[in-house]
Design a protein around this ligand. Structure first.
Ligand SMILES: [Zn+2]
Length: 418
């Protein structure tokens, strides 16, 4: 494709967006979970409008949406395609004062981050670097914060694609919908998303990893909360009376099977993952993620948790131990596989962008999983970043550029093949 260049490169956009702190926060009562996400959300709505997306707006929940009209004379049977990215960054690592650093013309070896030399991107741990990205420009943080490529790479790619559509009317496409969402990292990104109003037939999230990746299979995801009410007594008079909730919590956690954790499993294996705890001796709680690609595996893991809680209850009859399990999202592959065009056209677009498509299971959720079950089939495409949710998060500039091209080609493929 011979395209007129944009006024702002995907790299420059990306660098601007990552410097805006949009960290989301678990257990917040507001939506979006943090006030600061509004800054980028409102800015993106304004930028869409100034690029010519006339109806771009941000609603009361923070969802930014906009539409690019079809430029085909007969578009009645061209599906409307949405592109979606999330603006928030992980609560795990600070996203304040992000200083993006470009390491130009990567020539192999480890990358040491300048702001904290103990933060090193190892070429062994991230083999794509030497396998695919030699000669590319790698963007990182300075090592003291996360970068926020998850998912500001996706945001910058979609925005750059929007400008590309606007400046290149020769690129044929049906109606295109854009959405930027808050709070994906805390599993709330689609909570108030109005699929009907968005009115896309299909969508893609730009929130995946390495060049060429297509993801359409996620875990079935459940969250267990175990709350322990002990008995509080001054330690000086505690003998035979005090029941320590922290000890009970520790007892429960040590009973979780070690071979069934994220650090000991890969690919299609599920796990139980205690990831958040809170408490004092009188009262304590732990949250455990339950993950499996199959529902059988979920049921098995729920039973393991139930049995552990039963065993520990028997040991501490004076304590109250509650186990509560809620569904977070389900494996998105079943409905997506019923619409073969979704993946076929994505593969075609990636090839046209000069990359090799490959599929991978998602050991985590994306908003696409939930959207899929809300009726909007939404596979996830590569945005380019790796080492998400860490200080060594990185993304190659040229992969972001390929992602922009993929979006543009994908809209064209849908218009061509319908
Ligand atoms: Zn993400």
């Amino acid at each position: 494709m011979n395209l007129k260049p944009c006024t702002e490169s995907v790299l420059d956009r990306f660098k601007r967006y990552v410097q805006i702190d949009t960290q989301s926060e678990e257990d917040s009562r507001s939506y979006p979970s943090t006030e600061k996400q509004w800054v980028l959300l409102k800015m993106l709505a304004g930028e869409l409008r100034s690029l010519g997306v006339e109806d771009a707006d941000v609603d009361k929940y923070g969802y930014v949406t906009g539409a690019i009209p079809s430029n085909m004379p007969d578009d009645s049977d061209i599906p409307t395609i949405g592109f979606i990215a999330h603006v928030d960054t992980s609560p795990a690592i600070t996203g304040k004062n992000v200083k993006p650093v470009v390491h130009p013309d990567y020539q192999g070896g480890d990358i040491v981050l300048p702001g904290d030399p103990t933060q090193i991107i190892s070429a062994d741990e991230y083999p794509n670097l030497e396998k695919q990205y030699i000669g590319m420009d790698i963007v990182t943080s300075d090592g003291t914060t996360l970068l926020g490529a998850d998912d500001k790479a996706g945001v910058a790619e979609i925005m750059t694609a929007v400008e590309t559509f606007m400046r290149n009317p020769d690129v044929k496409h049906g109606e295109i919908k854009i959405a930027f969402t808050p709070d994906e990292e805390i599993g709330q990104g689609t909570k108030y998303f109005d699929v009907k109003k968005f009115a896309a037939d299909f969508a893609y999230t730009m929130d995946g990893g390495p060049l060429g990746e297509i993801e359409f299979e996620t875990f079935n995801a459940f969250l267990a909360r175990i709350c322990i009410q002990g008995v509080g007594v001054h330690p000086g008079y505690a003998k035979g009376k005090l029941v320590n909730a922290i000890r009970i919590l520790a007892d429960i956690v040590t009973r979780l099977p070690k071979g069934m954790s994220p650090e000991t499993t890969e690919e299609r294996e599920g796990y139980l993952h205690p990831y958040d705890f809170d408490g004092q001796s009188e009262e304590a709680a732990v949250k455990v993620l339950i993950r499996d690609f199959e529902m059988d595996g979920i049921e098995q893991k729920k039973a393991i948790l139930g049995k552990i809680v039963e065993e520990v209850r028997a040991l501490y009859p004076k304590a109250a131990i509650d186990l509560d399990i809620e569904e977070q999202y389900l494996n998105m592959s079943y409905p997506i596989e019923r619409e073969p065009r979704l993946l076929e056209y994505a593969r075609e677009a990636i090839r046209r962008a000069g990359a090799e498509p490959h599929t991978k299971v998602i050991r985590g959720g994306t908003d696409g999983a939930r959207l899929t079950y809300m009726g909007l089939l939404t596979p996830n495409l590569f945005a380019g970043g790796e080492a998400f949710h860490s200080k060594i998060e990185w993304v190659p500039v040229q992969v972001m550029e390929k992602a922009v091209e993929t979006i543009v080609h994908l809209a064209a493929v849908w218009a061509e093949k319908r």
